[in-house]
Design a protein around this ligand. Structure first.
Ligand code: BG6
Length: 511
């Protein structure tokens, strides 16, 4: 067990009955209850968990935000949100009514001590009325500048510790905007909550298909012997989105794609692909291995950044009969903005398993389609015996979304005379194999936090290691003159991203 996981609660993964009974009763306090995340993800996830009887009947939510709102008005708003955003359709009347009775609202400023005094009263009343045993999960989904403020105020109001039950804190991304600010935020939060009580969320880790990478790698014996530099030539991790910044121009001006997607989501996916097998499946062992591999990423030098990292920004285009604005024409964006909406990076991992294997990561807005996948390209057969015209490399494709599944591409003899090879595919699809829809990442992660299971949450050392990996790129890019826009909406990004692979003789896949 690593030092920072010492004191983690009993390991729920070792409890085979964990999912056969509802999670412990608790109150989830959401800071930023009027925000988009609450409407689009959190409330739909909590409602789905209730409908699936994952939560105890006493479960409650307190929404906190500045706008004045009664409990009933909050319930109405949340019903609308669940109707609009729940993937499993509108709420069912009976279930919704019971769920809604546990929804409360408190208006106030996050830096106002009086608000926390009122919250303390609320939590006391709810604990009694709904028998929540004093368990409280705080969810920070506010402006990041309020994270430390809210944690400090909770502590000052005596709300971070309880004589009965547990107190935990979920922190949304972005976790800092560089290594320095992430370190400061860690120190600030750890003044008020123990590391074991801090759950830094990265919703990619909660995706079924990302969790399935662990099942695929460590639940099977046949892949592990191939999972190294001896057989794998390179790895491509793509998270493409067809949408633009969609009203989040002001946020993108500050963040950009490298911070928004690569520092967190894609590096966590890389860690899941590249980590060593943990000795046990628990939070400490799994996070130790993820952390080790993130720390083994070789920092790029300033010179490396020129060849191993590419920034892009989308320009205007006419697509499907519609005129789409370029990023610089989006609301909240400066007309000469140098923010990146596309980023591609080659990472090298300095350890025995991966030395010499490039990990190519790319993400972008306004690419031709929404697709997230990992493509693992194996080395070619050592001696070509057959006509290789048209042959394709051996690829293992882990499809994270959409069309979730796994494909293995290999060569087959084309029927007929001669030994002509053609690429074919062995496919696994979630839909056809399991039938049922996949739970959302937020359902999985909220339930885990309520259970006290931090396996799929990031830890201080992981967050800092991933900032360390992108920091040299951020530094170079913040001082560089960018020739933007450099890709048209609806294309696969700037040409420089192709050159980034070409200098090693590799090519991006077109998913
Ligand atoms: C968020 C980013 O964290 O992830 C967004 O801020 C991005 O810009 C989103 O669109 C992608 O998530 P998903 O689950 O749709 O792949």
């Amino acid at each position: 067990m690593s030092l920072s996981d010492a004191g983690t609660e009993a390991n729920p993964f070792l409890d085979p009955l964990r999912f056969d009974r509802p999670a412990p009763a608790c109150v989830v306090v959401i800071f930023g209850a009027n925000g988009d995340l609450t409407k689009r993800k959190l409330l739909p996830a909590l409602y789905s968990l209730t409908r699936d009887r994952r939560l105890s009947p006493g479960f409650a939510v307190v929404g906190i935000s500045r706008t004045a709102l009664s409990d009933d008005a909050f319930r109405d708003k949340m019903r609308e949100a669940v109707t609009q955003f729940s993937e499993s359709g509108p709420p069912e009347a009976g279930i919704w009514d019971a769920f809604a009775q546990g929804l409360y609202y408190e208006a106030g400023n996050f830096d106002d001590p009086a608000m926390y005094t009122r919250l303390a009263g609320r939590l006391g009343d709810i604990a009694q009325a709904r028998q929540t045993g004093g368990n409280v999960l705080y969810y920070l989904s506010t402006q990041p500048s309020f994270y430390a403020v809210a944690a400090g105020q909770l502590s000052a109001a005596g709300l971070t510790r309880a004589s009965e039950g547990w107190r935990r804190l979920i922190v949304e991304k972005p976790f800092g905007r560089d290594l320095d600010s992430a370190r400061r935020l860690n120190l600030d939060l750890q003044r008020f909550f123990p590391e074991t009580g801090i759950y830094r969320i990265d919703h990619y880790l909660g995706k079924e298909t990302v969790q399935n990478i662990l099942a695929f790698r460590f639940g099977n014996g046949i892949f592990e012997p191939l999972w190294n530099r001896g057989y794998i030539q390179h790895v491509q991790i793509t998270a493409a989105e067809s949408i633009g910044v969609e009203g989040r121009g002001a946020y993108y001006e500050e963040s950009g794609a490298l911070r928004d997607m690569i520092q967190n989501h894609l590096l966590q996916v890389l860690a899941t692909i590249a980590m060593e097998p943990p000795g046990r499946f628990d939070a400490a062992a799994v996070r130790d291995e993820r952390s080790k591999v993130l720390r083994a990423i070789r920092p790029l030098t300033r010179d490396d950044v020129a060849t191993e990292a590419v920034a892009g920004q989308y320009g205007p285009a006419r697509l499907g009969g519609r005129d789409l604005p370029g990023y610089r024409q989006e609301p909240g964006v400066k007309p000469d903005s140098i923010a990146n909406t596309y980023a591609a990076v080659t990472f090298s991992i300095d350890n025995w398993r991966w030395a010499g294997v490039p990990f190519y990561l790319r993400t972008g807005k306004r690419l031709p389609k929404r697709v997230t996948e990992i493509a693992i390209q194996f080395a070619p057969a050592p001696l070509p015996l057959f006509d290789h015209t048209g042959a394709q490399p051996n690829l293992l494709i882990l499809r994270i979304q959409p069309e979730e599944g796994i494909s293995l591409k290999f060569q087959s003899k084309s029927p007929g005379a001669g030994m002509h090879l053609r690429g074919v595919s062995m496919d696994f699809n979630y839909g056809s194999s399991f039938g049922a829809g996949l739970p959302s990442a937020y359902e999985t992660l909220l339930l885990d936090a309520i259970e006290g299971d931090a396996t799929l949450y990031t830890r201080q050392d992981m967050v800092e290691a991933s900032w360390q990996a992108v920091e040299p790129i951020l530094e170079v890019w913040s001082n560089a003159r960018a020739d933007f826009p450099n890709y048209a909406s609806g294309t696969w990004g700037p040409e420089a991203a192709d050159r980034m692979l070409a200098h090693r003789g590799h090519q991006w896949r077109r998913p």
